[in-house]
Structures are given as C-alpha cells and as structure tokens.
Write a protein that binds this ligand. Structure first.
Ligand code: NAP
Length: 251
C-alpha cells in the first residue's frame, strides 16, 4: 500500500532541509523524484547525495513564485523526465518582523513563496494529473497555520491560506482522483529554524512546550509524506496531518 514504485514525484524547495529529506523518503519508497530549487547550484549536491544512495533524480530549477518559470519548468520536466504523479509543495521562507513594522515587500514575498507558489505549481501539475486520471498533491503547511506567534504574521497568514487552498483543491479535484492533503510540521531543525535553536531562551521554550520534549527532525515527516503519496491514502481528502510532537494539543 505504501509502495511508490513506478510513480514520479516533484518536491519543490528540495535543495536542502525538509524538501531534500522528503525527496529521499519518497525515493526510498520507490518513486522517481525530481528536485527543485531556485538555482541549479543547490540542486547539484543534493542530486549527488541521492545518487550515492542509488537514486537517479530529475532536476527542475525555477522560482516557484514566477508563473512563467513554473510553466516552463514543469513543461520541460514532464517532457524530459516523466509526467508527475506526486507533487509536494514544500518551498517556503520566513521574513520575521512585527506586523506594525513589517515592510509590505516582506509581506508579499512570504505570501507569494508560501501560498501563491502552491497555487501556481499545483494548478500546472493538476492539469496533467486530471488528463491522466489521478495524482497526489501534498502541501507543506505549518503549526502556525492555526497558531500564530508574534513576528510571523505574514507566514501564519500564508500557511492559514494554504490550509484553505488544500481544501479548495480537494473540492474541485477529488472527483478526478487527485487526493490533496497537507502536512503541518511543528518545530523542525533546519536552516529555517536555526535562529530559534541557537537562541537559548527560544530553544528552551520550544523543547519545554513540545509534549514529546524535543525538536522534530526532517525525517519525522517522511512517514506522513509517504502515506499521503501512496495508495494507502486513496480516500483521504483535504486533511492536514500535524507532525509536531503534540504541541498543537497541549496548553
Ligand atoms: P529551508 O531549509 O529554508 O528550505 C527551504 C527551501 O525552499 C530551500 O531549498 C529554498 O531554496 C527553497 N526555496 C525558497 N524560495 C524558493 C522559491 N521561490 N523557489 C524555489 N525554491 C525556493 O526550510 P525548511 O525548514 O526545510 O522548510 C521547508 C518547508 O517546511 C517550508 O514550507 C516551511 O514553511 C515548512 N515548515 C518548516 C518548519 C520548520 O520547523 N523547519 C515548520 C513548519 C513548516 P534556497 O536554498 O535557494 O533558499
């Protein structure tokens, strides 16, 4: 049920961090995976890492916020690598500032990268999936889609929007045998969260506030991703799986 042999996947923002680990997880489950990042320089070492483990990957460097680049990138990938069965919309960024002082450029960049990107890549991928009779789309949200923190109002708004985009895609595309779901990670150790893990006070707050008593690792997200990418989730639609060590359910 969890075997992805014969399936082709694209993971956006997979030059490093959670995206690269999820790409490796899908590859180990049998999928052929294409990596995406802003530029090829980041993708090359990631591909080499996976190649050493015996996984041949595809590559598609493009900016997920640029609609023309998304269209060209997916056209080329589907022509030269393979049509997509699985899409993980993972690319995301932070620009932290209190809302009262946040420059509108930082607001727009975070909304574009974390929300509009999933619409652009999801729309292009879904057109092919509809024509071929099905597919899987997994949107990487965040615990902050429900629970905001000061300083990340742009990010919380984007991830909250991504929850409703996941449900909107579901109500339009489920009939085409496309299952659209999301994963909402808690605090996971990556470059993105380095400023938090290196701040002793924030680090202690995160570990103390997480019932599991630790930071998450990118590998903690693989199980949910393989489940949502596989036949095991054939009748799971519009859901958000929180992988957060229990933080969302604790006061
Ligand atoms: P990360 O280490 O900063 O990696 C993000 C990746 O996205 C990078 O490879 C980055 O490329 C790429 N990217 C950024 N903008 C892009 C664009 N316009 N086009 C294409 N690629 C782009 O972050 P992460 O921690 O792995 O986060 C991955 C996802 O998980 C994000 O959506 C994030 O919001 C979500 N998430 C993370 C956590 C956490 O605790 N880490 C928690 C909840 C949710 P460059 O390397 O070129 O910048």
């Amino acid at each position: 049920m969890f075997d992805l042999s014969g399936k082709t996947a694209l993971v956006t923002g997979s030059g490093r961090g959670i995206g690269l680990v999820l790409a490796r997880g899908l590859a180990r489950a049998g999928a052929r995976v294409a990596l995406n990042d802003l530029d090829g320089d980041r993708i090359a070492p990631a591909r080499e890492e996976l190649r050493r483990e015996g996984h041949e990957t595809g590559a598609a460097a493009f900016d997920v916020t640029d609609s023309a680049a998304v269209r060209e990138g997916l056209d080329r990938l589907e022509r030269e690598f393979a049509p997509l069965d699985i899409l993980i919309n993972n690319a995301g960024i932070h620009r932290r500032a209190p809302l009262a002082e946040m420059p509108v450029e930082d607001w727009r960049l975070v909304i574009d990268t974390n929300l509009t990107s999933a619409f652009l890549v999801g729309q292009r991928a879904a057109r092919g999936m509809i024509a071929r009779g099905g597919g899987k789309i997994i949107n990487i949200c965040s615990l902050n889609c429900e629970l905001p923190r000061p300083g990340i109002g742009n990010y919380s708004a984007a991830k909250g929007g991504l929850v409703l985009l996941t449900r909107s895609m579901t109500v339009e595309w489920a009939r085409h045998n496309i299952q659209v779901n999301g994963i909402a990670p808690g605090y996971i150790l990556t470059e993105m969260t380095r400023p938090l893990s290196e701040d002793p006070e924030r680090n202690a707050w995160i570990v103390g506030r997480t019932p599991a008593g630790r930071w998450g690792r990118p590998e903690d997200l693989i199980g949910a991703a393989v489940f949502l990418a596989s036949e095991a989730s054939a009748f799971v639609n519009g859901q958000m799986i929180f992988v957060d060590g229990g933080m969302r359910v604790a006061l």
